[in-house]
Design a protein. Sequence first.
Length: 871
Amino acid sequence: MEIEKSFDAKKIQSKWYKHWTKNGYFSSIPNEKTPFTIVIPPPNVTGILHMGHMLNNTIQDVLIRKARLEGFNACWVPGTDHASIATEAKVVKHLKEKGIQKEDLSRDKFLSHAWDWTEKYGGKILDQLKRLGCSCDWSRTKFTLDSDMSESVIKVFIDLHEKGLIYRGYKMVNWDPEAKTTLSNEEVVFVEEETKIYFISYKISESDDEIHVATTRPETIFGDTAIAVNPKDTRYQKFIGQNASIPILNKSIPIISDDLVDPEFGTGCLKITPAHSENDKEIGDRHNLELLDILNDDGSLNHFNLHYSGMDRFEARKKIVVELNSMGALIKSEPYVTKIGRSERTNCIIEPRLSKQWFLKMEKIAKPALNAVLNNEVQFFPKKFKNIYRNWMENIRDWNISRQLWWGHRIPVYYYTNDKNNYVVAENIDEALKLINQKKGFEYVNKEKIYQENDVLDTWFSSWIWPISVFDGIRNPDNKDFKYYYPTNDLVTGPDILFFWVARMIVSGYEFKKNKPFNSVYFTGLVRDKLGRKMSKQLGNSPDALKLIDKFGADSVRVGLLFSAPAGNDLLFDESLCQQGKNFSNKIWNSLRLLKSWTVSEKLSEPKTSTIASKWFESKFNSKLNDVEDFFRKYRISDALITIYKLIWEDYCSWYLEIIKPNYGESIDQVTYKKTLMYFKKCLKILHPFMPFLTEEIWSLIKDQKESSIIISNWPNIGSIDSNYIENFQHTQKIITNIRKFRNVNGISVNKRIELLSKNKPDYNFEFKEIVLKLVNVSIEFNNEKINNNLSSIMVESKEYFISNNFELKDDLSNIRQQLDYNLGFLKSIQSKLNNKKFVDNAPKQVLLNEQKKERDTLEKIKILENKLSK
RNA sequence: GGGCGCUUAGCUCAGUUGGUUCAGAGCACUUGGUUUACACCCAAGGGGUCGGGGGUUCGAAUCCCUCAGCGCCCACCA
């Protein structure tokens, strides 16, 4: 069969993906096998695939494909998130472009636009994951706004409310003036920015004195209700109890004292705006100060602000500064660097604002989740996130779960009077009606008099139950799927949503199911460019994920990403990594071509070189597979991949194939051929999770008739490892290397050498193999001799030399002490080695006996030294 | 301010309880090589005071102290 010289990924990718789905290899239903489950971190429904997704989902696919090969019932549940703020913002923007204002639409009308949008653009990202090769069970695809998923969310809300964990509170919250909604603390990102600090003079009433305050927010002066100084601050003692006048407004406010004021900062005088600062609120509460909210929902100033009413807050700041200056109330302004909070979604500067919102009490329900991670019931990889998690969970604050948006799960709270303190919580309006009419003291009401809360729930309030709700475990706790798949095995996600999502999922798992949602969490790093910068649209340094797949093939991009992605470490991505992946594909492809080019003879005996090579390779393969398994256990996916990469490229191609390949024009014996085919298949199997398309294609070209797809073949077992063979061969490799070096140094090329050796039949394989054969024999003898001489093959010679030299006693007492210490130390090292399970398991008997003898010798030596010393 | 982590080859990083896989890997680089699977290749090679200083130890990349630099999380900042 003619096989093309280089591997073309494009030609085969969609073919195999169709093959896999058509045969249902991805789908999973509960059976007698052990399940292995992963739920996808649901991407935004209207999102598009970026590098972070690619990394994250490649890792999940590697884990799930490996589990499938290992014979688990592998189930990877895909889905998308409605992402309320992000999607609503997109829809609002889209409508605006069409000349439609959200404010002009009814809730229902807006939602129908949002659904149109979602249907048009939604789920594209899932198709993109297919191109990457992700083996999700697509029949289980979920969307957080699906009716069953929504019902679960509502049920959970009702449950928590009944437990008294949900309350409506008037608190300082983060207000996003662009999205016009509140945000949870986690949704606010603080970044240091350059701004200005203004020093403003307030006149003391009925006096010529004035008091100076420092503020970065002069536009809030109309919300001031006091000026505070530290009670111990001698400079301002005289003012305490007096009044000062707000410039422009000429409103008189009291000067009070409070410990919270830092005399060192600014002027030592703090203007108090209780409605727009947490600290000020605290001080305000202590002194019974009035709360003056001076902002509109969109961030413009409201009617309290005289001629600034309706003006945007930053515009007003400029104008107010000008006015203050012109009236002499502005002392000075200085550049100032402070941390500004911005909305994670809209990037808009957030306003602290007092507002009535729904909150979930976290402290009590967080405890089991904290303990679960501390005692490793849920394991974090890498471990460092355990402490970060602990820190957050131990200081957890109540979760603001309401959002002033329409796109999302509408809070199931029904009011039945104008007083919002009178409400019921129910699954729907009919249930609500029943509940209301059961209440004593209320006359019969009908549906028209009931109105539902306008706010929707935070997006994360639906995703925090994702591992439960995708299996319908909230509505039907006893259903087969949920009982079978939950708890899931691994969660793969970025550390940026540790608090948003991971922590809360663990909380919800224990709260609703008394069980963890997953065994392990693998935190990926951030994908950066090769200069270490974050990928961003502005910088234009984020490669188009799909173009990369087109250019290099999905397999190459997958391994390109994984080559340098140790868990939790940021990944500096560069296209050259994909090129490396592509080169690897080609290397493997060509080893297939080599195999296919051979004619197999009838001969049933293999040459001695082949016997040696195959025995060596078997041991080598097993020992590397052992390493790979170990890396997987530690979730060191990159290391596992690199181990396989080297095993295939160096050990299989460069050494094994070079040794066994027949001379030019000759055929290969059956035994060697069959073994080689077997080794190749084993290599492909362990590579399959990383490079599914390539391995499936090659598999199809070499498999037996009775064998089916590689995707459902089996993960190889670790066979016996004969370390003698590995070591002997290592020795041989060294000698061969030296010969090659010698040849290079002398500048004689292989071809020239061949010419010299034989003018009739140029064959460097011949020469190479002769050398191998001779050297292997020599080295086996050499090593056996070593063992017979009671010299451990794992002891480095130099060390032996060192030790034997130090055993020679000098008649110098000052040296004896030192020698004693040396020997004690050496004894310790031998003993620790003999206690080491790994060493005992792997060392040949003779080596062990040898070590024990050394131990005895050392003890003897120590006795002699001690005797000498005591004399 | 509280917490966590990092600093090892030109780059990205491994390096388990201190010793014998301890100074490593991949990439990059240098040199030599294509009539025979693969130049998307083969072979050989150069490169590091393990951030600085101090300590413990017979022995330190590894443990302790200290200094310097970098990063992350939380809180606060008029």
